[in-house]
Design a protein around this ligand. Sequence first.
Ligand code: C2E
Ligand code: MG
Ligand code: MG
Ligand code: MG
Length: 285
Amino acid sequence: HAKQNGRRCAALFETSMHEAVQERRNIEVDLRAALKRNELELFYQPLVSIETSEIIGYEALLRWNHSEKGMIMPDVFIPVAEDTGLIVQLGEWVVRSALHEVANWPEHLTVAVNLSPAQMRSPNLMPTIINALAATGIAPQRLELEITESVLMNDNQSNVELLHKIRSLGVRIALDDFGTGYSSLNYLRSFPFDKIKIDRCFVDGVDSREDCRAIIRAVTGLATSLGMVTTAEGVERSDQLSQLKLEGCIQVQGYLFSKAMPAASVVGRIAPTVERPVQLREIGE
Ligand code: C2E
Ligand code: MG
Ligand code: MG
Ligand code: MG
């Protein structure tokens, strides 16, 4: 009996494995077409200064408006794009689009763009950044690139050199999702990041758990000593915000202020505020 059950399970497992493989293949085929059909869109989520409550800039987050499946989130298609190498083309599109969008914003607003490790291996990355900055006339200081520590794994010297080259343009570099993965303090020594983004998993418990609070306190202290700014990701409650302020965190980002929104909504929000900066309380949901 047990043996029969085992066989049944194995068959079910094979079926679902097969389906998963098939689904990935579908995504791959569709994603190639998506670039040509203009189905990709950047949404923007505000980054807010804890001290002044003002919006400092926005993080560009990729969305895919699939013709049949509707909106697909990056966690579904970015891994496929990375595996297939499509991420290079896709990432170039993201850099160009984000910089063209910033051209519509007041000059004090910055934009953050996520970079995949695979993009760091492409010889096109540097020229794409330089050309997009030149084409839009955007000050390099308004562009921030978010990388994860995997880029620095195994003491990857060519990536460290590339990051230095990018930074010498004036572009800022942030370390994203800090505290997840294989976080090693050594990564903070291998490159002088402008910013550390503390992962949502620590921010989540900052108002209820002493361990999360202790970690946030340690990371903000460390970042400040190293001359780096800290951003807390995934802030959803005002209790988290007040605690993060106490711990000396500099910036916050999360649903408490706003979800990521289409570019048109960003412009709609900043347009009437030329004389008056956007205040945090105006953007709560
Ligand atoms: P990330 O760079 O860490 O971006 C933050 C993610 O957290 C976003 O998810 C954002 O919508 C979500 N988030 C923000 N505030 C909150 C909150 O208060 N609560 C919760 N539960 N979530 C919050 P999203 O847009 O689904 O993106 C997921 C990941 O996909 C990003 O994580 C990033 O790693 C990747 N990604 C997005 N766009 C791009 C891109 O253009 N290029 C690359 N290479 N990766 C991208
Ligand atoms: Mg990010
Ligand atoms: Mg993150
Ligand atoms: Mg992430």
